[in-house]
Design a protein around this ligand. Structure first.
Ligand SMILES: C[S@@+](CC[C@H](N)C(=O)[O-])C[C@H]1O[C@@H](n2cnc3c(N)ncnc32)[C@H](O)[C@@H]1O
Length: 221
C-alpha cells in the first residue's frame, strides 16, 4: 500500500509536469504578449496559453461565425477566439469596464483583425445577454463574474444554436473547487455550475484540465 502511494505521487508529479508542458505548448506572438502584459498591469487574470489554444481549437472545429464572450479583459481570450473563427466571423464581447474593452480593441487591431470582426458591448453580462439573439451563437465563452455562472449558463443555452458550445474558464478555482475546507460563495457557485452542466440532459459536457480548468459542453440538437 505504501509502495502504491509512492507510485501515485510519482504519477501526480509526472502529470503536473506534462500538464505544464501542454499548457505552454502553443507559442504566443507579440500581440498576445502585449495584451497579457496589459492585463498583468491591471491586475487581471487572462486565460493561459493552453486555454487560449483550446478555445481557438473549439471555435475552429465549430466553424464559428458568431461567438459571445463574457469578460473581455484586455483581449487575450478574444484574440484566440478570433483566430479560430471563420474569417468573416464576429466576436461579441461583454465587459462592464470600458477601459479594458479599449485595451482589447487595440489588442485585436495589433493582432491584425479588422474592426468589423468584433462588437464591444459595455455592461454586465446579465444586463446584456438578454438582448442578444436566441440561437444566434455557435460558441459562448464565460469568463466574467463567477457568482453569475448559473445565470450565464441559462442565458448561454438560449443563445446557442443546436450543436453550439458553451465554455466556462476557471472552474478549478485554484484547487478550491475540490478542497473540502470551507469555501467562499464564488466556489460554491462553481460547484453548482459543474453539477448543473454534468446533469443537464441538454448538454454533452467535458472538463478540460487546461489553465485553471475549462468546463465545456455541446448543446444537443
Ligand atoms: C478574468 S478577466 C477576463 C479575461 C479575458 N477573458 C482574457 O482572458 O483576456 C474577467 C473580466 O470580467 C469582467 N467582468 C466582471 N464582472 C462581469 C460581469 N458581471 N459581466 C461581464 N463581465 C464581467 C471584468 O471586468 C474582467 O475584465
Amino acid at each position: 500500500m505504501r509502495q502504491l502511494r509512492g507510485q501515485e505521487r510519482v504519477i501526480t508529479a509526472n502529470r503536473q509536469t506534462s500538464w505544464a508542458f501542454a499548457d505552454a505548448f502553443v507559442a504566443e506572438d507579440e500581440a498576445l504578449h502585449r495584451a497579457r502584459e496589459r492585463a498583468r498591469e491591471l491586475g487581471l487574470r487572462s486565460v493561459s496559453p493552453g486555454t487560449g489554444a483550446a478555445l481557438r481549437l473549439l471555435a475552429g472545429a465549430a466553424d464559428a461565425k458568431a461567438v459571445a464572450e463574457i469578460g473581455t479583459g484586455t483581449g487575450v481570450s478574444g484574440i484566440y477566439l478570433l483566430h479560430g473563427m471563420r474569417p468573416d466571423g464576429v466576436l461579441t464581447t461583454v465587459d462592464p469596464e470600458p477601459e479594458r474593452q479599449q485595451f482589447a480593441r487595440e489588442a485585436f487591431r495589433e493582432a491584425g483583425f479588422a474592426p468589423n470582426r468584433s462588437r464591444f458591448i459595455p455592461g454586465r453580462a446579465l444586463d446584456v445577454l438578454p438582448r442578444l439573439a436566441d440561437g444566434g451563437y455557435d460558441l459562448v465563452f464565460c469568463d466574467g463574474d463567477r457568482l453569475e455562472s448559473l445565470d450565464c449558463l441559462a442565458e448561454s443555452l438560449r443563445l446557442l444554436r443546436p450543436g453550439g458550445l458553451v465554455c466556462f474558464e476557471g472552474v478549478f478555482a485554484d484547487g478550491r473547487t475540490v478542497d473540502s475546507a470551507a469555501q467562499p460563495a464564488e466556489v460554491l457557485r462553481l460547484r453548482e455550475l459543474l453539477r448543473a452542466v454534468r446533469e443537464s440532459q441538454e448538454l454533452m459536457p467535458t472538463l478540460l484540465p487546461v489553465g485553471d480548468g475549462l468546463l465545456c459542453a455541446v448543446r444537443r440538437g
